[in-house]
Design a protein around this ligand. Structure first.
Ligand SMILES: Nc1ncnc2c1ncn2[C@@H]1O[C@H](COP(=O)(O)OP(=O)(O)O)[C@@H](O)[C@H]1O
Ligand SMILES: [Mg+2]
Length: 277
């Protein structure tokens, strides 16, 4: 094709791969007579299928940002767009799933009924529910525990149930707020394996809040580092380890050590500021 023909042809627009757009988000809370500025002017985009970690010390506004994206909190300023549509506080966005840090299982429901809860709400027929619950139980390594109650399970197993309860309705965007924060180191790495395998297959767009740098490096394509309060974006880091990743082996690579050291210093500065705030 000649150069002339190329320039005359209509140029196809590149597909918009932005799934989540955060534009100038701010949030202040009023506590009695004091105003707490939690988040100041935070902007970033997340690509379709990207795994982004929001990393920062406790109190740096990570949950507040996630909750504004989830439409659970109304911003004091700025906007969130999901697939180009503005998020309205109080109105659930379809396609978005949320996994909390707290164990939010229903103690009176069996494991199978906890996992199937979202399908029940959606009016999915019993026989289809049964099939999909069985798939999720298998994926999460919970076979044999279907009829047990949450109190009979370890913390790691309960968090697998919570993860599957969100994933069973197949959300394309996953918001996760320190979902493994209460687990011991080895159980946590186990959960990283579970999540990595699911994400490799389903390619959800993930926003994962954590204060744990190792966790962010293991999972994410990109780390957004928050400053101490008021939370602002201090820095961003591309995490370029090959996929698929092995949650144990990735930690043994020289590149992991290099990135860890690089980000650790910057994160440490914010921990210290957060302590004295
Ligand atoms: N509902 C609220 N009322 C008052 N202050 C709040 C509220 N939610 C969060 N904050 C304050 O906002 C700051 C950021 O909180 P948060 O987003 O939970 O931080 P992180 O998730 O990074 O630990 C903290 O100082 C916290 O005390
Ligand atoms: Mg938090």
């Amino acid at each position: 094709m000649s150069a002339l023909a190329t320039s005359a042809a209509p140029q196809p627009r590149p597909p918009d791969t932005r799934r989540v757009e955060v534009k100038g988000l701010s949030k202040s809370f009023q506590l009695a007579k004091t105003t707490i500025e939690a988040v100041r002017n935070v902007s970033f985009d997340v690509r379709r299928g990207e795994f982004v970690a929001l990393l920062g010390p406790s109190g740096s506004g990570k949950s507040t940002v996630l909750n504004m994206i989830a439409s659970l909190i109304r911003p004091s300023g700025g906007d969130v767009l999901i697939d180009g549509k503005r998020v309205v506080a109080g109105k659930a966005t379809s396609n978005v799933g949320y996994v909390f840090q707290r164990d939010t299982l229903f103690p009176w429901r069996s494991i199978a009924d906890n996992i199937g809860y979202g399908l029940e709400l959606a009016g999915v027929a019993a026989h289809e529910r049964k099939e999909r619950i069985a798939e999720c139980v298998a994926q999460a390594g919970l076979k044999g525990f279907e009829s047990a109650y949450p109190s009979a399970l370890s913390g790691g197993m309960r968090q697998r149930v919570a993860l599957m309860r969100t994933l069973i309705v197949e959300p394309q965007i996953l918001l996760m707020d320190e979902p493994f924060g209460a687990l011991d180191t080895h159980t946590k790495i186990d959960m990283h394996e579970v999540l990595l395998r699911i994400w490799e297959r389903e390619q959800q767009t993930v926003l994962f809040v954590t204060h744990d740098l190792g966790e962010a490096l293991t999972l994410a394509d990109r780390i957004i580092l928050f400053s101490a309060r008021p939370g602002r974006i201090k820095d961003m880091f591309e995490v370029d380890f090959a996929r698929p990743r092995d949650a144990v082996k990735v930690r043994e690579t020289p590149r992991y050590a290099e990135l860890f050291q690089h980000i650790w210093h910057s994160l440490g500065e914010e921990f210290v500021k957060g302590r004295s705030a």
